[in-house]
Design a protein. Structure first.
Length: 65
C-alpha cells in the first residue's frame, strides 16, 4: 500500500502530526507549507486539520502520479 493510499484510507480528518509521521517530514515543515498556501488544510475549532482525500490529490500532484 502506498503512502497516498494509506492517507486516503483514513476515515477522518488528519492532524498535521499524523501526516508528518506518514511522510517522514517534521510538523514544522508542513505547518510552513500550510501557512504559505501550498498545502490544503482547514481550521476546526482553532486546530488545523487535513482532509485525507485533498491530501491524497495534493500528494499525487507533488509525486507526479
Amino acid at each position: 500500500m502506498t503512502i497516498i493510499e494509506i492517507v486516503e484510507s483514513k476515515p477522518n480528518a488528519m492532524t498535521v502530526e499524523e501526516l508528518a509521521t506518514l511522510v517522514s517530514q517534521s510538523p514544522k515543515t508542513l505547518y510552513k507549507a500550510i501557512k504559505a498556501g501550498r498545502m490544503p488544510a482547514y481550521r476546526l475549532n482553532g486546530s488545523i486539520r487535513l482532509d485525507p482525500h485533498d491530501i491524497g490529490e495534493w500528494l499525487r500532484k507533488r509525486c507526479g502520479k
